[in-house]
Design a protein around this ligand. Structure first.
Ligand code: UDP
Length: 326
């Protein structure tokens, strides 16, 4: 039997594929290569190129491969973009999950792990955020993932699909072979690294007037290999439980300015930056309580120092100055 990794040519998805192969599993990747990279998928892994919202295509993939579980990474994930093009988020994120679930219902696969997000919580009154906190997204990205979780709830009840929603905080870092290569790049750590090496304009810090200690937004950065580990544990958890929702973060918050300081420490170079307007949809502070994941999944994030996470991103960037080169 095989695990279908949608978005397996993308940043977190390809780290997942690497982890699955290392654990001896059979993997199939579904990706439309809109942002993923063909080079990120090992030659030994079947790559089905197409749209996760296309029922005929997805059905063909399930007819061709003996899929018994789905790890779903193929989605839109930019807070800022979701505030200008909400339709894209609802269409692709909700449509993708719905297409997969309907296809699963008519085939034999009964396991689903969703890449969800801390953006489902919105602007929480306190941190660290527990899974029991209210979900009041401040942007369509978070709302679209929340709707996906509700779809899982109903397909779980009606079709017996076991599901886990993993609410990621800020995915970061790299493995020796898998790293971050988005075009355009919008994420803080790769932009700060490129600014430090003069490969880009100075970093724009979005908002210095947030109600946080230094006025910039606070996020919880979690290494992509730790995220991949949690998915394998989620599959084991599905043996004993029908569904579950888990935060995945380190439980430590870092402001944008603290990330800049860490990049400077690790790279030995100054990060040029300038103040900019707030980015629409950004909550001031998102920091996870991952107690539930630690206790119930047995998850234990191993790469929990920000400097170490950034150092891994820097190593990958040094080894791949043009990203995947396409
Ligand atoms: N950020 C910034 N300048 C940038 C990119 C990001 O100040 O060029 C800030 C952003 O406003 C947020 C944090 O860095 O507070 C992390 O943003 P990112 O886009 O990396 O991840 P997100 O939190 O949106 O998932």
């Amino acid at each position: 039997m095989a695990i279908l990794v949608t978005g397996g040519a993308g940043y977190i998805g390809s780290a997942m594929v690497e982890r699955l192969l290392a654990s001896g599993r059979s993997v199939v990747v579904l990706d439309n290569l809109s942002r993923g990279h063909r080079e990120a998928v090992p030659a030994s892994v079947p790559l089905e190129v197409g749209d996760v919202c296309d029922p005929a295509f997805v059905s063909r993939v399930f007819d061709t491969h003996p899929v018994d579980a789905v790890f779903h990474f193929a989605a839109e994930s930019l807070v800022g973009e979701s505030m200008t093009d909400p339709g894209k988020y609802f269409r692709n994120n909700v449509g993708g999950v719905l297409t997969l679930l309907e296809t699963m219902a008519s085939h034999t696969a009964r396991r689903f792990v969703l890449s969800s997000t801390a953006a489902t919580y919105g602007d929480p009154e306190e941190v660290p955020i527990q899974e029991t906190f209210p979900t009041q997204p401040t942007n369509p990205y978070g709302e679209s993932k929340l709707i996906c979780e509700r779809l899982l709830h109903w397909f779980g009840r009606i079709h017996g699909i076991r599901w886990t929603s993993l609410r990621y905080f800020n995915a970061a870092g790299a493995t020796p072979t898998v790293g971050e290569d988005h075009s355009p790049e919008t994420h803080l750590i790769p932009l700060a690294l490129d600014a430090a090496f003069g490969r880009r304009d100075p970093l724009r810090v979005f908002g210095l007037d947030y109600p946080t200690p230094d006025g910039t937004c606070v996020r919880d950065y979690i290494h992509i290999e730790d995220l991949a580990d949690a998915h394998l544990l989620a599959l084991e958890y599905q043996e004993r439980s029908e569904w579950g929702i888990f935060n995945l973060g380190n439980g430590q918050g870092f402001s944008v300015l603290e990330v800049i300081e860490s990049v400077q420490r690790v790279s030995g170079r100054r990060v040029p930056w300038e103040p900019a307007e707030r980015r629409a949809g950004d909550p001031p502070r998102l920091v996870a309580s991952s107690e539930r994941a630690r206790k119930e999944l047995g998850w234990n994030p191993k790469r929990d120092s920000l400097d170490e996470i950034i150092a891994s991103a820097l190593r990958w960037r040094d080894a791949h100055p043009n990203g995947y080169g396409d």
